[in-house]
Design a protein around this ligand. Structure first.
Ligand code: FMN
Length: 180
């Protein structure tokens, strides 16, 4: 089973979440590659079973390089080429108080929905859910007032656990889809 992790990360925080997600997915037996959004082309996605997408939050939503990436996928929408692939999301955001992290995650989910993809939520038994959990996917708070700057060990643990869960779900779905 193959998973591609695409990340939009200007200062490297969401990229660390991507690496933790990839590590967890590998623990569950997936072959995983991690790529920057601005270096990912539509063809890169055709061969994978699942696409995990992470973004730093910019001005209340996803980063512009990620938006451009999703727009580059429109020819695949015309062909229905991503229908039935699995999707997962994660994000890092500043203070928490400013908002945008959930909107960024839901924004990523909306693109998956548009492409007919099956998106995996982060359920409340995933390891680390209590610290970095959100049902749309893990969130790291990177500049909290008075707290530890993320992604913290707890945030990364949540990403790793979600990566494992997404890979397990992808494997089940792939098996269910096989003939006979
Ligand atoms: C241009 C810009 C806009 C941002 N807008 C928001 C925002 O709306 N809400 C928020 O919580 N954090 C915001 N941040 C903070 C980033 O989301 C945060 O630092 C994040 O961890 C960066 O991720 P990265 O290191 O992967 O780029 C913004 C940062 C930049 C540079």
């Amino acid at each position: 089973m193959r998973i591609l992790v695409v990340v939009a990360s200007q200062t490297g925080r969401t990229a660390r979440m991507a690496d933790a997600f990839a590590e967890g997915a590998r623990e569950a037996g997936a072959q995983v590659s991690v790529q920057a959004a601005d270096e990912t082309e539509p063809d890169d996605i055709l061969e994978v079973d699942a696409l995990a997408v992470g973004s730093g939050v910019h001005m209340g939503g996803i980063e512009s390089s990620l938006r451009a990436f999703f727009e580059r996928l429109s020819p695949l929408w015309m062909q229905g080429a991503l229908t039935g692939k699995v999707g997962a999301a994660f994000a890092s955001a500043g203070l928490g108080a400013r908002g945008g992290a959930e909107l960024a995650l839901v924004g990523i989910w909306a693109h998956f929905a548009e492409q007919g993809m099956l998106t995996i939520p982060m359920h409340n038994r995933v390891d680390g859910f209590s610290r970095a959990g959100c049902h749309w996917g893990p969130i790291a708070w990177t500049t909290p007032r008075g707290g530890e700057a993320g992604p913290t060990a707890d945030h990364l643990k949540a990403c790793r656990a979600h990566g494992r869960w997404v890979a397990e779900c992808t494997e089940r779905w792939k098996r269910a889809d096989e003939p006979g």
